[in-house]
Design a binder for this molecule. Sequence first.
Ligand SMILES: [Zn+2]
Length: 120
Amino acid sequence: MESYALKIVNGSLVIDMNKMTEDYSRSYGYDGNPSLYDTGDLVGTEPFIIIELSEGHVKKIMDEYENGGECGWCGEVKKELRSPHLLDFVQGEKMCRDCWEMDRETYKGSLGEDIGPFDE
Ligand SMILES: [Zn+2]
């Protein structure tokens, strides 16, 4: 078990994952989604409570950071993202499940094209 600080940042409970982006400007703060906070906001906030996380929990959270992030379409931080479909392809951007499902319905309706399920 390892100790992590649970903090309140902008009114949300956030686990400070003790990890920063390469340029140190943003810090990994898990708030139910794999979010990044301004390092000043997160690191500068006093812990609300210290919690213990097992290696399995930490791995699960880091996997969400690995597979998730900010959706290039809705801009929300999501746990899982994938490359966009070819009908709305933007190089370097990733799409969330909600946007994918919405597009899937739209393109089925308007073009009669099925982009397929989110899960490949
Ligand atoms: Zn989205």
